[in-house]
Write a new protein. Structure first.
Length: 53
């Protein structure tokens, strides 16, 4: 199912971020800042639901 696939990908991303933080390649704060920026940028995008038919 799609929800299971999404959950697996989310777990993989979390594990990857944990490894990057552990290795000192990125801080948790840097990661959270990047996610926040991406979320803000995606909020500005036009949604398909908003387009006129």
């Amino acid at each position: 199912m799609v929800s299971e696939d999404v959950e697996i990908v989310a777990d993989m991303i979390t594990a990857l971020v944990d490894i990057l933080v552990e290795k000192g390649l990125i801080t948790q704060e840097e990661y959270e800042d990047r996610v926040k920026i991406l979320l803000e940028e995606s909020a500005k995008l036009t949604r398909f639901d908003d387009l006129e038919e």
